[in-house]
Design a protein around this ligand. Structure first.
Ligand code: SKM
Length: 275
C-alpha cells in the first residue's frame, strides 16, 4: 500500500483524506492518504521522513508551503515563481515540488462558472499566498487583464512588479471599489469573511455590475456574507470548494496519472461541510 499525506500545522480540519481516499478506492489503487501534523521547526525532518519511509507523495499546507522548498530535489518553474509548494511527488527517491493551488483555482473558475478568460478584466483582492498562486496562474493561462487591490497597497504593487506583464495595475481598496463596475470577474483571496471573522468583508460591493462573476476562495463558511451580498446584487457567485477540489484533483493526477471524478470529490466535500 502506497502512503500519501498532508504536512501542515494544524491539519486536523483537512478534507483532503476524504477526497483522496475515495479516489484511490474508486480507481482500485492500493494507497492511503494520512494527516501528518508537523511543527514549523521540524519541516526538514518531515521531508527527510518522506524520503526515508518512501512516502509516495504529499500535499503541503499552511504554514509550510515556502519552508519545504530548500529540502526538495527539484521545484517546477511555476511553483518557484509563486514561491510556494503544495504538492510533492516522490519520483524514485527524487522529491519534486509543484503548486496546484493556482492552476486548480483557474480550472475551477473556467469549469464551474463556464467562463472563457481571454479578454476579461479581472480584479484580485489580496496579495498574500493565495493571490500569488492565482495571479501567476492567470497570467500564464489567460489573455486577461488582471488588476490587484490590497489593504497594504505596497504589497499589491510588488506583486504587479513581479508579474512583469504590463497588463496589470494595482489600486488601493477605495479606488478599486470606485472602479468595481469595470470588472468582469472579482476574486477574493483574503481571509476576510472566513470563520471566525464572518462579519468582515474584503471590499464594498456597492458599485457591482449585475452579471459579474464574484468568486471567493473561502469555503468555511460555505458561502460568506460577502458572496451572499454579491449574489443578491445580481452577481454569479462561486465559493472556495472548487479550488479545494481541483487543487486536490491536480495533485492526485501528478501522483497516479489518473484524473479523478471531480464532481464526486466535490459532493463528498459539500456533504462534509454541510454536516
Ligand atoms: O493546497 C492545499 C493542500 O494541498 C491541501 C489543503 C487541505 O487539505 O486543507 C489545503 C490547501 O493548502
Amino acid at each position: 500500500e502506497n502512503v500519501y499525506g498532508l504536512l501542515g500545522f494544524p491539519v486536523e480540519h483537512s478534507l483532503s483524506p476524504l477526497m483522496h481516499n475515495d479516489a484511490f478506492a474508486y480507481f482500485g489503487i492500493s494507497a492511503r492518504y494520512h494527516l501528518f501534523s508537523v511543527k514549523p521547526e521540524q519541516v526538514g525532518e518531515a521531508i527527510a521522513g518522506v524520503r526515508a519511509l518512501g512516502i509516495a507523495g504529499v500535499n503541503v499546507t499552511i504554514p509550510h508551503k515556502m519552508a519545504v522548498i530548500p529540502f526538495l530535489d527539484e521545484v517546477d518553474e511555476h511553483a518557484r515563481r509563486i514561491g510556494a509548494v503544495n504538492t510533492i511527488v516522490n519520483d524514485n527517491g527524487r522529491l519534486v515540488g509543484y503548486n496546484t493551488d493556482g492552476p486548480g483555482y483557474v480550472k475551477a473558475l473556467e469549469e464551474e462558472m463556464d467562463v472563457h478568460l481571454d479578454g476579461k478584466r479581472i480584479l484580485l483582492i489580496g496579495a498574500g499566498g493565495g493571490a500569488r498562486g492565482i495571479y501567476f496562474s492567470l497570467l500564464s493561462t489567460a489573455a486577461a487583464r488582471i488588476d490587484i487591490t490590497n489593504r497594504t497597497t505596497e504589497k499589491a504593487a510588488r506583486l504587479v512588479r513581479e508579474g512583469e506583464d504590463g497588463r496589470s495595475a494595482f489600486f488601493p481598496l477605495a479606488e478599486a471599489e470606485k472602479r468595481l463596475a469595470e470588472y468582469d470577474i472579482i476574486i477574493n483571496t483574503t481571509s476576510a469573511g472566513m470563520h471566525p471573522r464572518v462579519n468582515e468583508q474584503p471590499l464594498s460591493l456597492e458599485r457591482l455590475r449585475p452579471g459579474t462573476v464574484v468568486s471567493d476562495i473561502i469555503y468555511n463558511p460555505f458561502e460568506t456574507k460577502w458572496l451572499k451580498e454579491a449574489k443578491a446584487r445580481g452577481a454569479r457567485g462561486q465559493n472556495g470548494v472548487g479550488m479545494l477540489v481541483y487543487q486536490g484533483a491536480l495533485a492526485f493526477e501528478k501522483w497516479t496519472g489518473q484524473w479523478p471524478d471531480v464532481n464526486r470529490m466535490k459532493q463528498l466535500v459539500i456533504d462534509q461541510l454541510r454536516r
